[in-house]
Design a protein around this ligand. Structure first.
Ligand SMILES: [Zn+2]
Length: 258
């Protein structure tokens, strides 16, 4: 098992690196009641990698460590300014701004499936020290953009958009096990890969998917191709990372930038 190389970025959409010490061989850590990714640096020195929600209130937070007793480790979350983005959807793509009733049924059916996938927490071991870019294209929409569709405020951007031609290969950003490979209303063709301890990578708007749930993939394996399925205004890959059920900036794991 390899340790993940991360810098401390305790801001909304960032990763707080919180050190703790214990003699206990199998500690667990929690933030906001969700289990957190931990790694051992030496005998007693551990590190928790805490995904911080984009819409969190800044200030003091707590990591709960459960060893033989219970430790409460405070850490501080600071503000980070993200830009605004205005998107206009026209024609057929308008249905993604205010979906009709039939679409709402489908969205409601899909919501718990995606939510369950985001909550995946397994002992899958992480075999890489960093993530790689899944595609080579330029970033057309950065992480954390505050988004408006046809003037209506929607969730901030939960990943990175990479430009690319339809049909270009998409690589697994790190090794792991496939949790989801299916088609959804907003996300279109979607793949989730579990890298262990609540660290999950997400690939959406794909054209083709080459893998099935349960399958193991290595870092760099081609898992599908770029597309514009679901709520996408043009061909691109939306790439996201979940950590303790929270979207974080994928660049923190690729090039250590926010
Ligand atoms: Zn996107």
């Amino acid at each position: 098992m390899a340790n993940l190389s991360v810098i401390n970025t305790p801001v909304p959409g960032g990763i707080a690196v919180v050190d703790f010490y214990t003699n206990y061989a199998n500690p667990k850590a929690f933030y906001s009641n969700a289990p957190v990714y931990i790694q051992q640096l030496d005998n007693t020195h551990w590190q928790a990698l805490v995904g911080i929600p984009l819409l969190v209130k800044v200030g003091e937070k707590q990591l709960i460590v459960k060893d033989l007793a219970k430790q409460t480790i405070p850490f501080n979350v600071q503000d980070h300014a993200y830009q605004e983005q205005h998107i206009t959807l026209t024609g057929k793509k308008k249905k993604y701004v205010n979906p009709n009733l039939a679409h709402m049924d489908r969205i409601k059916q899909e919501r718990p499936i995606l939510s369950k996938a985001r909550k995946t927490f397994t002992n899958q071991t992480f075999n890489n020290t960093k993530f790689i870019r899944p595609v080579p294209g330029i970033t057309t929409s950065p992480f954390g953009f505050k988004r408006f569709y046809n003037g209506q405020a929607r969730r901030p951007h939960t990943g990175l958009d990479y430009a690319g031609e339809i049909g270009s290969p998409i690589k697994a950003a790190a090794s792991g096990r496939v949790v989801i490979s299916d088609e959804y209303f907003f996300n279109g063709n979607t793949v989730f890969i579990d890298h262990g301890q609540g660290l999950i990578s997400v690939y959406i708007h794909m054209t083709e998917r080459f893998i099935t749930p349960g399958e193991y993939v290595g870092q760099g394996d081609v898992i599908g191709t770029i597309g514009q399925t679901g709520r996408a205004t043009g061909p691109h890959l939306h790439f996201g990372i979940y950590l303790n059920q929270t979207v974080i900036n994928p660049n923190l794991l690729i090039n250590h930038e926010i």
